[in-house]
Design a protein around this ligand. Structure first.
Ligand code: NAD
Length: 493
């Protein structure tokens, strides 16, 4: 069933309303991480294709900006409905190219679609301001205009939602786009592009270039002089490179980068809720999320009990191919990811951590330590008594590993939590409202989950501080990232 579905996805580049092969004729392979098998071959765009795509976006910008907000809104609304109609197919495509279990993939489809519904509603609510200068002599009229052609770059971990979170506000604002999805998960992005064409998006508004050599494609766009904005989601390392490139043309930037989320459980927390929260914050997407709980700080008086209860839950999860109903935890996205997680765990254990459950690559049946398995599995792992100097404290684990670090005082845990260059999200479990508000304010992050392990929602402003990024996606401010402010000074007569 998956093979037929995947065979029906367009595999070319979509430029100026046409599906075309790469100018060079080159292609690259897409793998299923549960089996290591090639499942599709898609066009490998290069600099010439990138130029054609950005020229198309620039050519169509004026006409697209002139469309009515209602027209743009209704395209998004139709696309929202089409995505939900195709929920099962889109979920299967995602699971097959990146591994997450089908149930999670279906959840992502709904989450992703919701960005289109949210921004279809925002498209008709772009407003400005009208005031008078302090001396009463001038009127100030503030209007908002689309920023212009945008470069959109997305990661592989949420292949559909990271696309709709950018494409939705860009369409709503009246921006044209060039879009480069991650090389590990191009199929979902291609299927989404096809849906937008069916929803009536005019030619040239969205141009997609797939490639497994992103550097030259993206740099061609960055230096084209035609793009006015880049919206990037991915690693901090690549984000910094793109910020340097953006400086060459003083381009507007939105950067959704990496995280190193602290997950704090105070001694007064409801332990059941804290364990439930940890399961979501750690295990969503097999731990491959920028919002993943990376460091679990638990008050020393309950650290042992918390680790045991979490291990009981994590240890009972079934690891396997995400397309099978029985699977709770799919493979990691590629072999490199398994090697990285294994090295981080080995370092923590060398420094004295205790393995409460898991450790080691698994097989599709969940058996430990079958290193020659074809898929890229890693067993859900809980480590207790982790030394705060371990490598995993300063690295995005991006896998199903929960390190539990005991702490003694509130000041100490806040210092530990903030001792990182990242600042995307923090989680805090306490039943004391004053403490909850006080500690939330002290956490150097863009988002706090207070007694919850999930913060992502299209209606909320998602984003981080420090090296986790610049700007916000979603919520009422999400569309502002794609709008430019213009002010008119008018003498009062
Ligand atoms: P990545 O930075 O390797 O790749 C992200 C995108 O950038 C991909 O499309 C890739 O092809 C492209 N890219 C890579 N090198 C490039 C270059 N030299 N020039 C231009 N583009 C280039 O990240 P990834 O491995 O795909 O995703 C995981 C990372 O994304 C993690 O750090 C995670 O925390 C982060 N992430 C952040 C958020 C957020 O909202 N803050 C959401 C999801 C993922």
């Amino acid at each position: 069933m998956a093979a037929g579905l995947i065979g029906s996805i367009p595999t070319g580049l979509y430029i100026d309303g046409q599906w075309v092969p790469a100018a060079s004729g080159a292609t690259f392979d897409v793998e299923n991480p549960a089996t290591g098998q090639v499942i599709a071959t898609v066009a490998k765009g290069g600099a010439a294709d990138a130029t054609a795509a950005i020229n198309s976006a620039a050519r169509h910008q004026k006409a697209w900006a002139a469309t009515s907000p209602r027209e743009r809104s209704e395209i998004l609304r139709r696309a929202y409905e089409l995505i939900l109609d195709r929920q099962d197919d889109l979920a299967l495509i995602m699971t097959t190219e990146m591994g997450k279990p089908l149930a999670e993939a279906k959840g992502e489809v709904v989450y992703a679609a919701e960005f289109f519904r949210w921004f279809s509603e925002e498209a008709v609510r772009i407003n400005g301001d009208h005031t008078t200068t302090g001396d009463g002599k001038n009127r100030i009229i503030v209007t908002k205009e689309p920023v212009g052609p945008c470069i959109l770059i997305t990661p592989w971990n949420f292949p559909l939602a990271m696309g709709t979170r950018k494409i939705g506000p860009a369409i709503a604002a009246g921006c044209t786009m060039v879009f480069k999805p991650a090389e590990l998960t191009p199929l979902t992005a291609l299927a989404l592009t096809e849906i937008l064409t069916i929803a009536g998006l005019p030619a040239g508004v969205l141009n997609i270039v797939t490639t497994d050599e992103p550097g030259s494609v993206v740099e061609t766009w960055m230096d084209s002089g035609l793009a006015r904005k880049i919206s990037f989601t991915g690693s901090t390392q690549v984000g910094k490179l793109l910020l340097a490139q953006a400086s060459r043309t003083v381009m507007r930037t939105s950067m959704e980068l990496g995280g190193n989320a602290p997950f704090i459980v105070c001694e007064d927390a409801d332990l059941d809720k804290a364990v439930d929260g940890a399961m979501v914050a750690k295990m969503r997407n097999m731990g491959e999320a920028c919002t993943a709980a990376n460091r679990l700080f638990v008050h020393r008086s309950i650290a042992g009990e918390f680790a045991n209860r979490l291990a009981e839950r994590m240890g009972s999860l079934r690891v396997g191919d995400g397309t099978e109903d029985r699977t709770d935890v799919g493979p990691l996205v590629e072999r490199k990811a398994v090697d990285k997680v294994r090295d981080l765990v080995a370092d923590a254990v060398d420094r004295g951590a205790t393995v409460v459950c898991g450790q080691g690559p698994g097989t599709a049946d969940g058996n430990a330590d079958a290193r020659d398995t074809a898929g890229y599995f890693y067993l859900p792992t809980v480590l207790s008594d982790v030394d705060a100097k371990s490598d995993l404290m300063g690295t995005e684990i991006f896998g199903p590993v929960a390190p539990v670090i005991p702490y003694d005082t509130e000041d100490e845990v806040l210092d530990l939590a903030n001792d990182t260059s990242w600042g995307l999200v923090g989680y805090l479990f306490t039943q004391d409202i004053d403490r909850g508000l006080r500690m939330s304010a002290a956490l150097e992050v863009g988002m706090v989950g207070l007694n919850t392990g999930l913060v992502s929602n299209p209606a909320a402003p998602f984003g981080g501080v420090k090296q986790s990024g610049l700007g916000r996606e979603g919520g009422r401010v999400g569309i502002d990232e794609f709008l430019e402010i213009k002010y008119l000074a008018i003498p009062r007569t």
